[in-house]
Design a protein. Structure first.
Length: 313
């Protein structure tokens, strides 16, 4: 038994197809199949049902998959531990981040992270929550930044900050705070289906998207910029997170209000698969991001009783 065999097993489990697994591992299908058969013979068990398409992992195979992930993770930890201790943070961090966080968070944290940790190379990708979770579990990326809590037993969550949800499109200049009931009957522009921020927006006091704009217009927005422009053009309201609000021009900030207390907030976390080899780097990055964001959020000055965390389901 060797590490390479375990990597091949994980690849087949991920792709559910021997040819695709071989391609991802940069070997021929014959080589990959032979190595897995040799491992099955050594273990005296069948890991995959090859009669099924896509290939199905057997019950015994599922147990081996979990053990293989732990073994490979521990191997990576042994390989990187000495380098981290002697040279500080170094190597490649593959980071996935959801779009509704990336546009406002990355400009805040990247300049400092790149300057203070020159030994770290950040490989960053914008992806959806579901794809981010999948890529962490399949070890395509190392860590993710997304809205939480996930309620996932496999992924560990380091909470970074709580971000206030705000209402854009309010014209009443004499009203400082908005109640969810104030907008229940207004036209609401929301992000496209499947976006966790859309779900969070809908959750606040049971908000539902109303008919907005011309009757012959259906539009699935994918960005806050689009939502603001549609609200300006056709009326109604939309919701934005606080860090994005900080980037808005002053004339648009004048149309934006906080909710009344307890303040609806979204929880933002750094997530990774446990156990994980780069845990030391992850903990350091977590604390640094907290430090960089803290002074930009009203939630940093509030007590837990003043916050209402909105789930993502």
């Amino acid at each position: 038994m060797n590490f390479q065999q375990l990597e091949y097993v994980l690849a087949v489990d991920q792709h559910k197809h021997f040819a695709q697994a071989a391609e991802s591992c940069c070997v021929t299908q014959a080589t990959l199949s032979a190595m897995i058969k040799k491992l099955e013979a050594e273990l005296n068990m069948v890991l995959f049902d090859r009669s099924r398409q896509p290939v199905k992992t057997t019950e015994e195979g599922e147990q081996i998959i979990q053990l293989a992930k732990k073994i490979l993770t521990n191997r990576n930890e042994m390989l990187t531990l000495n380098n981290q201790e002697s040279q500080g943070l170094s190597g490649v961090i593959r980071l996935g981040i959801i779009p509704t966080i990336a546009n406002s968070l990355l400009p805040i944290i990247l300049p400092t992270l790149l300057k203070e940790y020159p030994g770290l190379h950040f490989n960053i990708t914008e992806i959806t929550t579901e794809e981010l979770k999948h890529q962490i579990i399949s070890q395509k990326i190392d860590i993710g930044i997304l809205a939480s809590p996930l309620g996932d037993d496999v992924l560990e969550e380091n909470i970074l900050y709580y971000e206030a949800m705000m209402v854009y499109g309010i014209q009443e200049s004499n009203k400082k705070y908005i109640s969810p009931t104030d907008i229940q009957n207004k036209k609401i522009w929301l992000l496209e289906e499947g976006n966790c921020f859309r779900n969070q927006s809908s959750t606040i006091c049971d908000i539902r998207e109303k008919s907005v704009g011309p009757e012959n217009l259906t539009f699935d927005a994918s960005s806050f910029d689009t939502l603001l422009n549609l609200t300006d053009q056709f009326g109604g309201c939309t919701l934005v997170p606080e860090l994005y609000y900080n980037l808005m021009p002053e004339e648009k900030k004048q149309k934006t209000r906080h909710f009344e207390f307890p303040l609806p907030v979204r929880e933002i976390s750094l997530v990774y698969q446990r156990p994980y080899a780069k845990k030391r780097s992850i903990d350091i990055l977590t604390e640094k991001i907290k430090e960089l964001v803290k002074d930009r959020l009203i939630t940093s000055e509030l007590k837990p009783k003043d916050l209402s965390i909105i789930g993502i389901d």
